[in-house]
Write a protein that binds this ligand. Structure first.
Ligand code: ZN
Length: 529
């Protein structure tokens, strides 16, 4: 139709180039901002013209007519942030506007991490498409769910036939658009698998140019062996590896990033494509059941509950938990704080030490362990664990191959007391570590939030501000940007992100969410139409 109009009008205008005819039109023009394009290059003054969801043109003093103009004077214009480590499954419908992510500058999430995903990736991506979220979504296919689907929660190696079934599920997942294969080797049933099983499944993902991401078998005492395993999978399956939420857990392991970071550097020197990600907090968050020895957790919730009723098993579990606590050089379970407990919400935000007291039990680790067992028996809870050191966080943050990731899901505002990382990861990096502590430059932080993740997960038209790229853009005030979410009051959006644009659509306008839901699904290279 446009062509038709052009042809009809050409003879009339007689090829004359009047001002208005010469000015190309666009949907949205961002002017006068400082552009940090995601490459890591220094900022420059420029404008961005957006049309039909894409960057039509980027450069100095663009001359376009526009339906809407944003004056970005004094603000930074950067690509939308890509959060490589999220867990959206089950929470997508709770707030399709994904306000916690959008208000933290995130325009794309990669979900399906830690071995936990849907097993029918095609179906899942259709579901996301039908839901229409504010953010773009790509997904991995998770080992734990694939294994559980084929073998249940049993603690043994797969038979040859089961192995073939698992490979077939991963193969289909990759062809349906997964961007890679993830493991969660501390969780059941992934923890029952041995390295060769993972190598075989990672090889399938490698055939489709996927990535291997791993929540390693251990992030504490045995972290060295765990990193070695991740590197072995990368080498033997010939697949790029992303080590998720890279950290040192447990007070006894503080400072050991001095050992682990050089391992990654050495592996890269040897040609293994390994990258890492981290959330910029000294507390972790996962299910409270990780406090209990894994061998107790096999099978269904009912069988776990029955097992934990056995007095001998209870004694064994309490002893094992106290031993681990002593290793941490701690006397109480005060470092473990319940985030969200379905059967008793009065536990939310309280430490195990506090809950134990609330229940009128003696102020001793032995009874606190019993309290944990009772919580797990009654259905469990998610928890925040204060167990990392700031020195390790900053040492890891300085690595050029490290990305930032929330390890979070879509947050329901004011529900539970979840880890603040779901609200404030990117703002915290930009405020605390870039502006206040000068640990890394603004351009470097942006690169790690944008082009590095896009490159790693092969999102070819995202992560940079360049002509023709998808118009995922954040515009923020580097002096104002701040995470406001805290451990005690997590439900607070980050501030400073004045405009967030997803696929050309204004999703945050002058610091307020617009309610737009312009996200799309992003499919991996194996996707066959
Ligand atoms: Zn994880």
């Amino acid at each position: 139709m446009k062509w038709l109009i052009l042809v009809l009008f050409l003879p009339v205008t007689g090829f004359s180039q009047s001002d208005t005819a010469g000015k190309q039109g666009c949907d949205l023009l961002i002017k006068n901002g400082r552009i940090i394009d995601g490459t890591g290059n220094s900022w420059y003054y420029g404008d961005v013209a957006i049309k039909s969801g894409r960057i039509l043109k980027i450069g100095r003093r663009l001359s376009f007519s526009a339906e809407k103009i944003i004056d970005a004077r004094g603000l930074i214009i950067a690509p939308g942030f890509i959060d490589v480590h999220t867990h959206l499954e089950g929470d997508e419908h709770k707030d399709p506007k994904a306000t916690n992510f959008i208000m933290d500058g995130v325009t794309t999430c990669i979900t399906g991490n830690c071995g936990s995903s849907h097993t029918d990736i095609g179906n899942y991506l259709h579901f996301i498409d039908s839901l229409r979220l504010s953010i773009n979504v790509a997904t991995l296919i998770g080992h734990n769910d694939v294994r559980e689907k084929v073998m249940g929660r049993v603690n043994r190696d797969p038979t040859a036939q089961e192995m073939e079934q698992m490979k077939a599920i991963v193969d289909k997942g990759m062809r349906d658009g997964a961007v890679g294969f993830s493991t969660g080797l501390i969780y059941i049933p992934g923890t029952y698998s041995k390295t060769p099983e993972i190598v075989e499944l990672a090889r399938v993902a490698a055939q489709y140019n996927g990535v291997y991401t791993t929540h390693m078998r251990d992030e504490g005492d045995s972290v060295i062996e765990a990193i070695e395993e991740a590197l072995t999978v990368a080498r033997e399956a010939n697949i790029p590896v992303e080590i998720s939420h890279f950290k040192l857990s447990g007070q006894q392991n503080w400072g050991r990033s001095k050992e682990t970071v050089p391992m990654i550097e050495a592996a890269r020197k040897k040609g293994i494509e390994v990258t890492i990600d981290q959330y910029p907090y000294t507390a972790s968050s996962t299910t409270i059941s990780t406090l209990i020895p894994e061998e107790i957790l096999a099978g269904s919730q009912d069988s776990v509950r029955l097992r934990l009723q056995n007095p001998e098993i209870r004694t064994y579990v309490v002893d094992a938990m106290i031993k681990r606590l002593k290793k941490r050089k701690l006397k109480h379970f005060s470092y473990a704080v319940v985030a969200s407990c379905d059967f008793d919400t009065s536990y939310n935000g309280k430490s195990i030490e506090q809950i134990n007291r609330m229940l009128g039990r003696k102020h001793k680790a032995k009874y606190e362990a019993q309290t944990v067992i009772d919580i797990v028996s009654r259905g469990g809870a998610s928890a925040v664990f204060h167990g990392m050191s700031e020195d390790d966080i900053t040492r890891i943050m300085k690595c050029p191959f490290n990305m930032f990731a929330s390890d979070a899901s879509i947050r329901e505002f004011n529900v539970g007391v979840p880890h603040p990382r779901g609200y404030g990861t990117n703002a915290r990096v930009l405020a605390k570590y870039v502006r206040d502590e000068h640990l890394i430059s603004l351009e470097e932080a942006i690169r790690r939030m944008t082009s590095l993740p896009a490159q790693k997960f092969q999102l070819h038209d995202r992560g940079l501000l360049a002509d023709g790229f998808a118009a995922d853009i954040v515009i923020f005030d580097e002096n104002q940007v701040q995470d406001l979410s805290t451990y005690s009051h997590p439900h607070a959006y980050s501030k400073g992100f004045m405009y967030v644009i997803v696929n050309g659509v204004l999703t945050v306008d002058r610091g307020q969410p617009t309610g737009a839901r312009a996200g799309t699904t992003l499919r991996g290279l194996g996707w066959s139409h």
